[in-house]
Structure formats: structure tokens, C-alpha cells
Design a protein around this ligand. Structure first.
Ligand code: ATR
Length: 273
């Protein structure tokens, strides 16, 4: 029997165990997936223990996505570029390979809603933290090359653009003035998460009619950003698809099969509503 895990701190509210165990059931795979609470100071021991106990792979969540890297033997090129790992695969020779499926999960989710024929649209990324970086690199890899990054701290947006080797960085104010040129607008900040005094990272006053507005947050499903965008007649994409697809891509690295994402999105949407 194969087994998998997710390690993080905190971990109790993770929806990953339920998601992967449901897929194992649906696909008659004899495997199990468990959450493991790992504090930062225990990370090295936890990795050694998972390996010793024969885990086939695991997911990595906050706060270990960057700090796990020194304990891995090999990194997928995208994970290396992002400097963050959310999926580990234990190879037959016992070595550990790190992947990052967050950014690709976002692109799969986006394309599930908008199709894959809109790669020439101007794309705006709001935010320049870890999540935004991952999405920027994945968008580039999937053929989206008209990328603008805006962030409260514009220097961080400039860093992403310089690492990408293409695209532009704009201040929040400059972006607000030119918002109508973007066909796809992606909210990647943690602004207001777990905070009742939510303020949008930027004004959507000039949002293009019919633009696509996506958020990486999925709890709540309808974020203040998406609500505002919907009022401006945008087509909205919530963050749940990203979560489900990052899991599905990890699942494929582990088991070489792609699970049913549509049913899972429906099921989790019902749970979150
Ligand atoms: P994550 O890994 O989720 O991306 P992060 O790396 O801490 O988290 O990045 C958080 C992002 O949210 C950053 O873009 C941050 O902007 P700064 O780089 O200027 O800090 C953005 N953010 C967080 N709180 C914000 C707020 N109150 N208003 C605007 N942007 C905010």
C-alpha cells in the first residue's frame, strides 16, 4: 500500500487529505494520504522520517515551501525557478525530487474556464509574493507573454519581471489608470486575508468590460475582489480550481494518472457554500 502526506504548520484545516483520499477511492487505488503537523524546527527530522517510513511522496505547505529545498536531492526546473516546492516525489532509488504545482494548477484552472486560446491577452498580476511569482513563471511557461506585475512594494514587482526576462512592472496608481487594457486580472495578494477590514489591493474602477478576473483565494469562494469585479461585468474565476488542480498535478507526478477535477471542484464548492 502506498501512502502520502501533507506537511505544514498549521495543518488541521488542510483540505488535501480529503481530496486525495476521495480520488484514491474513486480510482480504486490502494493508498492513503494523511496530514502531519510539522513545526519549522522539526522539518529536517520530518523529511528523514517520511523517507524512512516509506512515504511515496508528500505535499508541502506553509511555512516549509522554501525551507524544504536543502533536504531534497533534485528539483524540477520550474520549482527551482520559483525557489519553492509544494510536492515531493520519492524516487525508486530513495532520492527525493521536488516540484511546484501551484502555478501550473492556477493555469489549468484558468484555462478550464476561459479556454487555452486567450494567451495573447494582456495579463495583470496583482501582488509580488511567493504565490504571484509561481503564477508568473507558470503563465510564461504556458505561453502567456504579455504580463504586467503590480504590487504595493513595486520593487518586488520589478524583481519578478527581471527574473522572467519579459513583461512590465507598474505601481498601483499607474495600474489603476491603465486598468482597461488588461483582459485578464489576477489577484495574488494576501491583503485582508483573515482580516475583517478588507481593502482591495487596487481600485477596479476602470476594469475592462468582459475582462477575466481571477483570485487565488478560495475561502471565501467569493472574495471582495471577485465581488467587485463581477459588479463590473467581469467573468470571474475563484481560487478553488487552483487548489484542486495543484493537487491533481501532484497526484499525476505520484501515480501517473490524472484524477477527476470537475467532480472535486463541485464537491468542494458545495462544502464551502
Ligand atoms: P504569498 O506567499 O501568499 O504570496 P507573501 O509572499 O507574503 O505571501 O506575499 C504577500 C503579497 O500580498 C505581497 O504582494 C504583498 O505586498 P508587499 O510585497 O507590498 O508586501 C501583498 N499584501 C499583503 N498585505 C497587503 C495589503 N494590506 N495591501 C496590499 N498588498 C498586500
Amino acid at each position: 500500500k502506498k501512502w502520502f502526506a501533507v506537511i505544514g504548520d498549521p495543518i488541521a484545516h488542510s483540505k488535501s487529505p480529503n481530496m486525495h483520499n476521495t480520488w484514491f477511492d474513486e480510482m480504486n487505488i490502494d493508498a492513503a494520504y494523511i496530514p502531519i503537523h510539522v513545526k519549522s524546527e522539526d522539518l529536517e527530522n520530518a523529511v528523514a522520517s517520511l523517507k524512512m517510513l516509506g512515504a511515496s511522496g508528500w505535499n508541502v505547505t506553509i511555512p516549509h515551501k522554501q525551507t524544504i529545498i536543502p533536504y531534497l536531492d533534485e528539483l524540477d526546473p520550474l520549482a527551482k525557478k520559483m525557489g519553492a516546492v509544494n510536492t515531493v516525489l520519492c524516487l525508486p532509488d530513495g532520492s527525493l525530487k521536488g516540484y511546484n504545482t501551484d502555478g501550473a494548477g492556477f493555469v489549468h484552472s484558468l484555462e478550464e474556464v476561459i479556454g487555452n486560446d486567450k494567451k495573447t491577452l494582456e495579463v495583470l498580476l496583482i501582488g509580488a509574493g511567493g504565490a504571484a511569482r509561481g503564477i508568473a513563471f507558470a503563465l510564461q511557461q504556458y505561453g502567456y507573454h504579455n504580463l504586467t506585475v503590480t504590487n504595493r512594494t513595486v520593487e518586488k514587482a520589478k524583481e519578478i519581471v527581471s527574473e522572467l526576462g519579459e513583461g512590465r512592472a507598474l505601481s498601483i496608481t499607474e495600474t489603476e489608470h491603465s486598468l482597461d487594457k488588461f483582459g485578464i486580472v489576477i489577484q495574488c495578494t494576501s491583503a485582508g486575508l483573515g482580516n475583517s477590514e478588507f481593502r482591495l489591493p487596487l481600485s477596479l474602477e476602470k476594469l475592462q468590460e468582459g475582462a477575466i478576473a481571477a483570485d487565488i483565494v478560495y475561502n471565501p469562494l467569493m472574495t471582495p475582489f471577485l465581488l467587485e469585479a463581477q459588479m463590473k461585468n467581469a467573468k470571474i474565476v475563484n481560487g478553488l480550481g487552483m487548489f484542486v488542480h495543484q493537487g491533481a498535478i501532484a497526484f499525476r507526478y505520484w501515480l501517473e494518472q490524472y484524477p477527476n477535477t470537475n467532480n472535486m471542484i463541485k464537491r468542494l464548492t458545495d462544502e464551502l457554500n
